[in-house]
Design a binder for this molecule. Structure first.
Ligand code: ADP
Length: 333
C-alpha cells in the first residue's frame, strides 16, 4: 500500500525528477538531496521503473523522467488536485479485495473524511445487491468516504450526482460524450463504461458516513469483463473509455472527477440540488423511454418522465405517475 501522506523515498525521487524536467538530474544531486548513497538511489530508480515509471538514465548526466507517466499512484493524484476535502488522504493498492470494504473499515476512524481508496485491481469488487463487479488491471477502481452533515434523505441523490460528476469529468478530460442511465450507470452508445455503488450508514436521523464506490473501465478489453459475467446477469453491453493502442490520462480523469464530485457535494450541503437534477436529465438516456423496472417487490412498466428532488424516477403508467426509488431498469437503446 502507498499513501499520499506517508512520503516514501520513491515519491521524493519522483518529485525531484519532475522538478528537474526536462533536464537530466544527476545521481549525485539526488543522493545529496535525499541523504542516500548512490547505490540506494540507483536501487530506488530501478524500483520506480519496475512499478511503471519511464526513466531514462544516461552516463555522466543522470536520470530523466518521461513526462507522460500515467500512473495512479497517490502522489500523482495529489499533485495538482484542486479539491478541499475529497482526496485529503489517498490510499493506493496494487491489488485489494474491494476498495469499498477498505473505505468501510476506514469509516470506523472518526477523523477520516474525504479519504479516497484506489486500486489497480480488485479481487472481490462488488456492485449493487452484492453483485460481482469485475475489476481487472486497466480500470480505475475507487471509493470515497464522506461524512456529510445533512438530512439523510439527500443520500438518494448520490448515485445520480456521482454519475453526473463522472460523465462531466470524462467529457472534460478525454473529450468523450457519455450517457447516464438511471439510477447510476455511465454509458457509451448504451454500453456500460462505469458503475456506481453507495453504502451509507444512517443513525438516529443523521448520516454517520457515506462510501461512494466507482468502477471505471478505463482501458480494458470489454471481453475481459464479459467473460467473467454469468449469462443471466448480462443486462447490456460493456464498453471501455480508452481503446487498446490509444492513450488517455487516468490521473487527470480522477482529479477532475473528484473536483466535480466535491462541487456537487458542497451544493447538496448548501441545499441547492436543482442544478444536479437539471444536468443529470440533460445527459440522461432514460427520460422519455418506455422502460421496465425490476424492483425487490416486482416489475413495473411505464414511461420515464422525470426525476424528483430525491433522485427517484418518475414513471408514468395508465395516467398515473409513480416514484421509483431503486431497481434495475431496462429499455431499448
Ligand atoms: P447495475 O449495472 O444495474 O447498476 P450493479 O451496479 O449491481 O448493477 O453492477 C453489477 C453488474 O454489472 C454485474 O451483475 C454485471 O452484469 C455488470 N458488471 C460487472 N463488472 C462490470 C464492469 N467492469 N463493467 C461493466 N459492467 C460490469
Amino acid at each position: 500500500m502507498y499513501t499520499s501522506f506517508d512520503q516514501t523515498t520513491l515519491d521524493k525521487i519522483v518529485t525531484l525528477l519532475k522538478s528537474g524536467q526536462p533536464e537530466f538530474l544527476s545521481g549525485e544531486k539526488l543522493s545529496k538531496t535525499l541523504g542516500l548513497s548512490r547505490a540506494a538511489v540507483w536501487k530506488n530508480i530501478k524500483k520506480l521503473k519496475s512499478i511503471g515509471y519511464k526513466i531514462e538514465s544516461k552516463q555522466n548526466a543522470g536520470y530523466k523522467l518521461h513526462p507522460n507517466t500515467n500512473l495512479l499512484f497517490p502522489w500523482e493524484i495529489s499533485d495538482g488536485l484542486q479539491t478541499g476535502i475529497i482526496g485529503g488522504k489517498i490510499y493506493y493498492f496494487d491489488v485489494i479485495d474491494s476498495t469499498q470494504n477498505f473505505a468501510l473499515e476506514l469509516s470506523q476512524k472518526p477523523h477520516e473524511n474525504g479519504s479516497v481508496v484506489i486500486a489497480e485491481r480488485q479481487t472481490q469488487g462488488r456492485g449493487r445487491l452484492n453483485r460481482k463487479w469485475v475489476s481487472p488491471k486497466g480500470g480505475i477502481w475507487l471509493s470515497i468516504l464522506l461524512r456529510p452533515n445533512f438530512e439523510p434523505s439527500y443520500t438518494s441523490l448520490f448515485p445520480m450526482l456521482t454519475s453526473l460528476a463522472l460523465s462531466v469529468a470524462i467529457e472534460k478530460t478525454l473529450k468523450i460524450k457519455t450517457g447516464l442511465k438511471w439510477p447510476n450507470d455511465v454509458t457509451i452508445n448504451g454500453d456500460k463504461v462505469a458503475g456506481i455503488l453507495i453504502d451509507a450508514s444512517i443513525e438516529s436521523n443523521k448520516i454517520d458516513y457515506l462510501v461512494i464506490g466507482v468502477g471505471i473501465n478505463f482501458k480494458i478489453k470489454p471481453d475481459k469483463i464479459t467473460s467473467q459475467i454469468k449469462t443471466g446477469q448480462k443486462k447490456y453491453g460493456i464498453a471501455t473509455l480508452v481503446k487498446q493502442g490509444k492513450t488517455g490520462n487516468p490521473v487527470k480523469l480522477v482529479q477532475q472527477f473528484l473536483l466535480e464530485l466535491e462541487l456537487h457535494y458542497n451544493n447538496v450541503i448548501s441545499g441547492s440540488t436543482g442544478n444536479i437534477r437539471k444536468e443529470w436529465m440533460k445527459r440522461s438516456l432514460t427520460i422519455g423511454k418506455s422502460v421496465t423496472i425490476t424492483t425487490t417487490s416486482g416489475t413495473i412498466k411505464g414511461k420515464a418522465v422525470g426525476i424528483d428532488k430525491t433522485g427517484a424516477l418518475l414513471l408514468s403508467s395508465r395516467g398515473k405517475v409513480q416514484r421509483v426509488l431503486a431497481g434495475d431498469i431496462s429499455y431499448k437503446k
